[in-house]
Design a protein around this ligand. Structure first.
Ligand SMILES: Cc1ncc(COP(=O)(O)O)c(C=O)c1O
Length: 375
């Protein structure tokens, strides 16, 4: 049987190679040049006012917390309410800055539940970090309103949300900052990169210094500007080397051209799963929020005895994934308040294969096997 994998990236190889060739021929593979073009095109495409290209979304989440901590004067030990059902990057970003992640529970969309967020607010709460799991917006509107009412900052981990729209508008403007991942298996695949999109121009300017070691002039503008003393740059703080490079940006420019049609295809695959699994006892489909035009990074279901079901699917040459295990099962995040929905999902969730090379027969095979196993 042909194996059916969870994720298989699709690269438009000739177009990607042409972009890489252009960088190599020009002799510029680093920060600047294609990174600037990609930032401009991403901002145009999404309607977001600012975009800065990075080496990963993990770096972006770290810098989101860093820049906001500095601007708002948050102190070590202040709290950010976050989800246990995410990739550890989201929560590590909070710890990198010596803040405290406090887990709230998830709802039926497997995104943060506003009521649970509210129950976790203390005098030390500064922000909410919302993850649009699988491209879903969940109850993001309610979380935005809650943050506004309680004067909390909203950080959107949009790693799965390239192309997700809420009532027609690309996501990313809801909070003070949003961070997208362009890792190889994401909807906009490069090899490893990401984009941080601040709402405010000052934060956007600040983050550009943080991604280049705290240096106030990047190498590209120094190399391509006129005048003497170009080596007289200033170093304002201990920054990081988190910026993206032109090779990754070249791959991103190609992927961006296809993002919308690729997401249409992903939604078609999701519709086939919906059809194949409708009414199947023992397979609970994770719903999409009503106003969400999802990027459909994931198609998730909940089943009993998940680990056994996974093993049986593997035996049938089907290799799904788990997004995610409740982070409080990891030693790092032990001792968090109980999140029963997240724990239940953590033990039951499966991400079914979702990528552009799947055809209807593959989806039917996955559904048939799943039906057979849970019967
Ligand atoms: C929800 C979530 N946040 C953040 C990240 C980190 O993205 P990156 O691999 O670009 O650092 C991921 C990646 O898997 C993710 O799934």
């Amino acid at each position: 049987m042909k194996p059916i994998h969870l994720f298989v990236p699709t690269f438009r190889v000739d177009e990607c190679l042409a972009e890489v060739r252009e960088c190599l021929e020009r002799g510029w593979t680093g920060l600047g040049y294609k990174t600037l073009e990609f930032e401009r095109r991403w901002a145009e495409h999404t309607g977001l006012p600012h975009a800065h290209f990075l080496n990963s979304a993990t770096s972006g989440l770290h810098l989101a917390v860093r820049v906001l901590k500095e601007r708002h004067g948050w102190r070590d030990g202040d709290e950010i309410i976050s989800t246990p059902l995410t990739f550890v990057s989201s929560n590590h970003a909070i710890l990198y800055e010596r803040l405290k992640p406090v887990f709230a529970d998830v709802d039926e969309y497997l995104c943060l539940d506003p009521a649970s967020i509210e129950s976790r607010i203390t005098a030390k709460t500064r922000a909410v970090l919302f993850v649009g799991l699988g491209g879903n917006t969940g109850r993001l509107d309610e979380v935005v309103a809650l943050c506004r009412d309680r004067s909390l900052t909203l950080i959107l981990d949009a790693a799965h949300m390239s192309g997700t729209r809420l009532r027609g508008q690309h996501v990313g403007l809801e909070g003070e900052v949003s961070v997208f991942s362009f890792h190889a298996v994401k909807n906009l695949p490069t090899a490893d990169s990401g984009m941080i999109c601040f709402g405010g121009a000052e934060d956007d300017a600040a983050v550009r210094h943080w991604t280049w070691l705290g240096i106030d002039k990047d190498t590209f503008s120094r190399t391509h500007s006129q005048g003497a003393y170009k080596w007289h740059y200033q170093v304002e703080h201990v920054g990081f080397k988190y910026h993206g490079n032109s090779i990754m940006a070249g791959l991103g420019l190609v992927a961006l051209k296809y993002l919308e049609e690729d997401n249409v295809r992903r939604r078609q695959i999701a519709a086939w799963y919906d059809e194949g699994l409708a009414g199947v006892a023992g397979v609970e489909r994770v719903p999409m929020a009503p106003d969400c035009e999802s990027a459909r990074h994931l198609y998730q279901v909940l089943v009993d005895k998940r680990d056994e079901v996974m093993v049986e699917l593997n035996a049938a040459d089907i290799f799904p994934g788990v997004h995610y295990r409740d982070n409080s099962v990891y030693a790092m995040y032990a001792g968090q308040p109980a999140c029963p929905n997240a724990r239940r999902a953590s033990e039951r969730v499966i991400s079914l294969p979702m990528h552009l090379q799947l055809v209807r027969a593959d989806v039917d095979r996955v559904c048939d096997e799943l039906r057979r196993i849970v019967r």
